[in-house]
Design a protein around this ligand. Structure first.
Ligand SMILES: Nc1ncnc2c1ncn2[C@@H]1O[C@H](COP(=O)(O)OP(=O)(O)O)[C@@H](O)[C@H]1O
Ligand SMILES: [Mg+2]
Length: 222
């Protein structure tokens, strides 16, 4: 198994009680799957994806990644697993404001000791593939939401991660751009990349082979 969650729960304090966001979550994802997480707003989709992305360790239960118990790792070890294996597309882009598009795209490569020449060639490829060559020296604040989202997707896949986790990756794109991203995900998935996306779109979900439905923090269908 690539990813296993066992009895995972997340809650926030609410007065003297707790407000639950995820309840008794059990999920297994095999290498090479293409999974969509769907459900109403507030269901816990982003929370679940951030836990899978190892951004959030404040929960109870078990999380295994390639048989490594993530719940027992130290923050530094957990960050290393993330950097080595996972590409994350944030719903709100999360580009680094003080870096140009080019520099943002280089970041995941520097995590993986890719040398300078190879970095240049990978960034050039991705700029070309996403048709954003003309934007490479701009800062995120100089881009539209859709352009930032494209850069966010490009950054997630540039280092060829084993897993791509994407939170509504086409939410701010025109339908043609959105379709391009889904076709790209399909192509990567055919090449063996595991994909887990949060989406509200049945069309986007149809690119995958499995849908996990969340409601009020519970998995109601898988
Ligand atoms: N910091 C927080 N404190 C309290 N509740 C939170 C916090 N962050 C998120 N939540 C709650 O967690 C629930 C799930 O949020 P989220 O995972 O973002 O849902 P989705 O992505 O499905 O729309 C929501 O009800 C939200 O209000
Ligand atoms: Mg969300």
């Amino acid at each position: 198994m690539l990813i296993s969650l066992r009895g995972l729960e997340k809650s926030y304090p609410q007065g003297v009680a707790r407000s639950y966001v995820l309840r008794r979550i059990n999920v297994d994802i095999r290498p090479g799957e293409f999974v969509s997480i769907m459900g109403p707003s507030g269901a816990g989709k982003s929370t679940l994806l951030h836990i899978l992305g190892m951004h959030d360790l404040d929960w109870s239960g078990e999380h295994y990644f390639l048989d490594t118990p993530v719940h027992r790792l130290k923050p530094k070890e957990r960050a290393d697993v993330h950097k080595r294996h996972i590409g994350f597309v944030f719903q709100s882009y999360h580009l680094l404001d003080n870096l140009t598009v080019y520099e943002n795209l280089e970041v995941p490569l520097t995590y993986r000791d890719v040398d300078r020449r190879q970095r240049q060639s990978l960034v050039a490829d991705v700029l070309d593939r996403f048709q954003i060559v003309g934007k490479k020296d701009l800062y995120p604040s100089q881009l539209s939401g859709g352009q930032q989202q494209l850069v966010g997707v490009a950054r997630a896949l540039i280092a060829n991660p084993q897993v791509i986790l994407a939170d509504e990756p086409t939410g701010n794109l025109h339908s043609a751009q959105g379709k391009d991203i889904m076709e790209l995900f399909r192509q990567l998935n055919e090449g063996g990349t595991t994909i887990v996306q949060v989406t509200h779109s049945d069309v986007n979900a149809s690119y995958g082979s499995r849908v996990i439905h969340l409601r009020d923090g519970w998995i109601v269908d898988d």
